[in-house]
Design a protein. Structure first.
Length: 77
């Protein structure tokens, strides 16, 4: 259960950090068309950003939680 909680905490933290970072990047990269009368914001990166951030968060969280578990076992011995 402890391994699961460590993984979950790391995953949630990484996912939130990546969402905030991607939101900032998309905001910086957005260039409105002055000639257009539309008020729609279209981001070309936005379609796959959530999927990529979830996969990256899960992978990094898995490896970090495994490393933390190994360090905890090494300290216990």
């Amino acid at each position: 259960m402890k391994k699961y909680l460590i993984f979950l905490a790391i995953f949630i933290g990484l996912y939130l950090a990546m969402q905030i970072a991607m939101g900032g990047i998309l905001t910086i990269l957005y260039k409105p068309e002055v000639t257009s009368a539309k008020n729609d914001a279209v981001f070309k990166l936005a379609s796959y950003v959530p999927t990529v951030s979830i996969i990256l968060s899960a992978l990094i969280a898995y490896f970090l939680s495994e490393k933390l578990n190994k360090l905890a076992k090494a300290r216990a011995n």
